[in-house]
Design a binder for this molecule. Structure first.
Ligand code: NDP
Length: 606
């Protein structure tokens, strides 16, 4: 590798910082997360399940079980699986969808696929004796893998599908949780583990006139194949006479835009902030390689990937893709630059980032024919301000004469009318507008992240003395290890807030589900009635989270708004809601050591 860091002189660095700052400032807005509409009431149709063939009809249930697991995505499946491995069979899973899969149940939009290598992303490959067909598999295969985990742990017979939890309430007298649902169930449980998913609640932009629109609309996480034709593999054959709009250009849009572009009469993509799109290079699984793997390979690969994306050097890069390349390069430059007395680590990282982002921007020039469109598609922020994207057809789609990028220059959509979408004319005066008439609007506008937990979960949790989790967390998340809260005995909430965050989310789920099974298993096997963190343990963990988050504050503030930085408002509450700031590896080690010590430190157990 060439010593490229030396090629940037200080004036280039100052100029790029200024460019990033001005692009961020264009997008900063006072309303932050409040710019989005809560998808309830008149907007409820956006979250109806379009995938159910046979609605379940059943009587309400009043079972008494050891554990209720809320959610049947990877988080719920792994928690239930780990509990079964610990000998806890008396459990019930409650899942809103018609099958297991969580995010992969809902996200079946055309082109949906995992953007983390599937050999590390799909949990329990060795346990299930399965091997993904490609390096990055499509949604259908991930959904089938979720079902296979469900079968492996005999969870189908223990699950209430098409059932939405409406309330979780602690009954002090009975020392039990009462889990209520929209089907009139009132299930009693000694423990409750909530795996609601970090990107669970679709969000809609609060664009004026959104309800006036008379054409067809849907959110990407509830794809309407009746309308578009085709399936998650593509082939959208019912929109050849339709003008379609997509609002949003995040990781989801990157994957579905090529299919919409191929199928629609005309496609208009409304962009507020361009994504950073690197190459994908998907390949079928090499059977010889798969046959050569030794037992234990998957966890080794997960750890290798997690270390590399956390900036921890590894002797080999087993995954060798865009994710590990970015960070691997940064780590190498930092190591090489250690002898350079003129540059500190932060400067070297900044230079490595600039080198990578220049590559990303050049890639746009190479792939997009029209220089003005190419210019609009270039991201001007540091790589990890937003989730990096990888795709080999997204940028090329803009070479189709029927596909139009509508660059709102950071302002987003201004209004929606009965017939289409209005933006402020980026080349006109303050009142000049452009209107685009369309037959259908697809909202690729993502999911709620920084809002209250109960709003995202869709139900409230009431602990001791009827105190709600919303009240307890009013000034920010309060937990020990991102999992348990004082006043909410025998309850676990799985989330990245105050827990571990890694690009490979299922890795985190494997670690915390094992931790949950360890605590619940100990309590149930020793007939303990209640387990909850002490006030002191909770306070100490919060202090640690805030202290570490503060170290990353300057970076967060410098970023263009998005859900990574609380929509441009990384303030106190957001500091407290952060993941453990020294990286997921350190976090996993904290949990492991805590378990090994065997003292259940910080937990009050009775
Ligand atoms: P995002 O939140 O990443 O993107 C939402 C998009 O909507 C952004 O481009 C945003 O613009 C845009 N938007 C919001 N409001 C407006 C407005 N008023 N006018 C115009 N545009 C607007 O959601 P995604 O669904 O794309 O992705 C969410 C996450 O899901 C990803 O970050 C990733 O973690 C995960 N994902 C994972 C995949 C996988 O393979 N594992 C695949 C797809 C998604 P702006 O950027 O300016 O806010």
């Amino acid at each position: 590798m060439t010593d490229t860091v030396a090629t940037f002189d200080e004036s280039e660095i100052i100029a790029i910082r200024e460019k990033y700052r001005s692009e961020r400032d264009k997008r900063l807005r006072d309303d932050g997360n409040d710019q989005y509409i809560e998808v309830t009431g008149e907007y409820s149709s956006y979250v109806e399940d379009p995938y159910i063939d046979q609605p379940i009809v059943r009587e309400p249930r009043t079972d008494q079980v050891d554990v209720v697991v809320v959610g049947g995505g990877f988080g719920g499946l792994l928690t239930a699986g780990n509990l079964r491995e610990s000998g806890i069979d008396d459990l019930m899973v409650i899942e809103k969808g018609g099958d297991f899969g969580g995010t992969w149940y809902w996200n079946r939009y055309p082109g949906a696929m995992c953007d983390i290598e599937s050999y590390t992303y799909l949990p329990l490959l060795e346990e299930l004796g399965s091997m993904p067909s490609e390096k990055y598999v499509k949604a259908k295969e991930i959904l089938a893998h979720s079902a296979a985990i469900g079968r492996h742990y005999d969870l189908y017979e223990r699950t209430l599908f098409q059932t939405e939890v409406t309330e979780v309430r602690w009954n002090e007298e009975r020392q039990r949780w009462i889990v209520s649902t929209d089907r009139g169930d009132a299930v009693e449980a000694r423990f409750v583990a909530m795996a609601n998913g970090p990107l669970h609640r679709p969000k809609l932009p609060g664009i004026a006139g959104i309800n006036d629109y008379r054409g067809h609309t849907f959110h990407t996480s509830r794809w309407d194949y009746e309308y578009t034709g085709g399936d998650p593999e593509g082939g959208l054959d019912r929109i050849a006479d339709k003008r379609i709009a997509v609002i949003g250009t995040g990781a989801t849009a990157i994957q579905c835009v090529p299919h919409l572009g191929a199928g629609a009469k005309e496609l208009f993509v409304f962009q507020r902030t361009p994504s950073c799109v690197d190459e994908r290079n998907n390949v079928p699984t090499d059977e010889e390689w798969a046959a050569s793997l030794e037992p234990g390979w998957q966890m080794q690969r997960m750890e290798n990937f997690n270390n590399l994306v956390s900036g921890i050097p590894e002797p080999v890069d087993l995954v060798n893709d865009g994710w590990t390349d970015i960070i691997g390069k940064t780590v190498r430059l930092v190591r090489e630059g250690r002898d350079n007395p003129n540059l500190d680590v932060a400067s070297l990282v900044e230079r490595a980032d600039l080198e990578k982002m220049n590559e990303i921007r050049s890639r746009v020039d190479t792939l997009v024919g029209d220089p003005a469109i190419a210019e609009s598609l270039k991201p001007w922020y540091r790589q990890f301000c937003k989730r990096p994207c990888f795709h080999d057809e997204y940028l090329d789609t803009y070479n189709r004469p029927t596909v139009h990028l509508v660059d709102t220059d950071g302002r987003g959509v201004k209004r929606i009318t009965e017939t289409g979408i209005v933006i402020a004319d980026p080349n006109g005066g303050p009142d000049d507008e452009l209107e685009f008439e369309v037959d259908c609007i697809v909202f690729a506008t993502g999911f709620e992240v920084g809002t209250d937990h109960s709003r995202r979960a869709g139900y409230e949790v009431f602990g001791r003395d009827g105190r709600s989790i919303t009240e307890h967390w009013a000034d920010g998340t309060r937990t020990l290890h991102g999992l348990m809260s004082h006043g909410f005995p025998n309850a676990f909430i799985i989330s990245p807030s105050q827990g571990g965050f890694t690009a490979n989310y299922p890795h985190m789920l494997l670690e915390v589900s094992a931790h949950i099974a360890h605590i619940a298993g100990h309590a149930l096997n020793n007939d303990l009635a209640t387990v909850e963190p002490t006030v002191e343990a909770e306070e100490a963990w919060i202090a640690k989270i805030i202290e570490k988050a503060r170290q990353n504050m300057a970076f967060s503030e410098s970023c263009t708004p998005g859900y990574y930085n609380n929509e441009g408002q990384p303030g106190k509450r957001s500091l407290q809601n952060s993941s453990y700031g020294s990286g997921s590896k350190s976090f996993f080690r904290i949990l492991e050591r805590w378990r090994d010590e065997g003292e259940f430190a910080g937990l009050d157990m009775r």
